[in-house]
Design a protein. Structure first.
Length: 401
């Protein structure tokens, strides 16, 4: 019998898809009533703001359950465009906006629209787990540029330049980065802009965590005028408005690219639900205070985690400048990230992600989420410190044997 399935789903599997096994086990343990501390996923513990939920209810009550425009409704796209103009200075309107079911779908659409089989797309290492699969789905080749650990996981322009070639079609960047929580420096962004122009390549800027930058103003790629005709900006409401399950994101693109995206969306989506779009209008039109409160909560939790984890000299944290995650270097315990994560869950009931799932640059690290409440986060950090002590003692004992 011939192979029953295409090679696609195998091609896009691998370590990124397998990274969530410990998270699954932790959810099952918690469902059984066990005292599991889940620090493995970035799903905000906050409720979606009430005005957003009420807007969706009103839309449902009014019968807003039918097909909608392929690119998204005009009022929502105009609102997104106005928000983008205000933040970046880029002159865009509703014709430059395409509404998609979350930023993940936006990245997927960008990869399929911009690259052919055999093309190359450059991204960073580490970067969010689905980037590799997203890029490879259409047959493009992933070229991963290691971020500089010694410079706080910043992007080294010389490494980026060496990675680019005549086959480079795009540079995919998560900025702020997940898992590292770092924000690209001005010098790195300018270098990306220069290299994209030199190689006639697109820039796909995933700015999902732009609302959660803690200590400095955020510079959007769209603020760089020279790249606007080769720039795709991707964002969503998932994190900023605690709307992960609503699946509402968008792409801001050159107007002619929107035509190509519509062809793709016709084949795979056929329009976003109207009541979800009504909720998005409410979110973008009046929830700034909620977003600010969540940002301050993540800043507080970052500082809390850094303080508690700082009690151990066997782990070292990379203080995040943004987002809802924290990277921890566990190499001094004698364990790699995968073994640390497995044993931490088995012995302490705390789930974290092996940061090696985000690329080779994450090896030796684990990633924790700042999404849980202050109390659960603190409990998880205390257990991590206790486990690191046990692991370190075992390593020391083995060295003396």
């Amino acid at each position: 019998m011939r192979d029953r399935y295409s090679s696609l789903t195998e091609r896009i599997g691998g370590r990124g898809a397998n990274a969530w096994e410990i998270h699954r086990l932790a959810l099952e343990a918690r469902a059984r009533g066990e005292d599991a501390v889940v620090l493995s996923v970035g799903d905000p513990e906050f409720d979606t703001p009430a005005p957003v939920v009420e807007a969706a209810k009103r839309a449902l009550d009014s019968g807003d359950t039918h097909y909608t425009a392929m690119r998204g409704r005009e009022d929502l796209r105009a609102l997104i465009a106005g928000r983008h103009r205000l933040r970046t200075g880029q002159a865009v309107d509703a014709d430059n906006v395409v509404v998609v079911p979350g930023a993940q779908a936006g990245l997927f659409c960008a990869a399929l629209t911009l690259a052919e089989a055999g093309d190359e797309i450059v991204t960073t290492d580490p970067v969010y787990t689905t980037y590799e699969a997203t890029i490879r789905a259409g047959g493009a080749r992933v070229i991963a540029v290691p971020l500089d650990r010694e410079r706080g996981f910043d992007l080294d322009p010389e490494r980026l330049e060496r990675a680019m070639s005549a086959r480079t079609r795009a540079i995919f960047l998560a900025n702020p980065n997940n898992p590292t929580g770092t924000v690209l420096s001005v010098a790195a962004m300018d270098a990306v802009a220069t290299l994209a122009e030199r190689h006639d390549a697109w820039i796909v800027a995933d700015e999902v965590y732009a609302d959660f930058v803690f200590d400095a103003p955020f510079r959007h790629f769209a603020a760089i005028e020279s790249v606007r005709d080769r720039l795709v900006t991707v964002s969503s409401l998932s994190k900023s408005h605690a709307m992960t399950g609503w699946r509402l994101g968008w792409m801001v693109v050159p107007a002619d690219m929107a035509d190509h995206l519509e062809n793709l969306l016709l084949a795979m989506l056929y329009g976003m639900p109207g009541f979800v779009q009504a909720a998005a209008v409410a979110a973008l039109g009046g929830c700034d205070a909620d977003v600010a409160a969540m940002r301050e909560a993540y800043r507080r939790r970052r500082d809390l985690a850094l303080e508690l984890l700082g009690a151990s000299d066997l782990i070292a944290c990379v203080p995040p400048a943004a987002g809802m995650f924290l990277m921890i270097d566990v190499t001094a315990t004698g364990l790699d990230g995968g073994e640390f994560a497995r044993r931490l869950f088995d012995e302490q009931g705390v789930s974290v992600l092996d940061a090696g799932a985000f690329g080779d640059g994450g090896r030796g690290y684990v990633r924790i989420s700042l999404a849980p409440s202050d109390e659960r986060l603190a409990e998880g950090c205390r257990r991590i410190v206790a486990f690191a002590s046990v692991a370190g003692a075992a390593r020391a004992a083995a060295g003396r044997a």
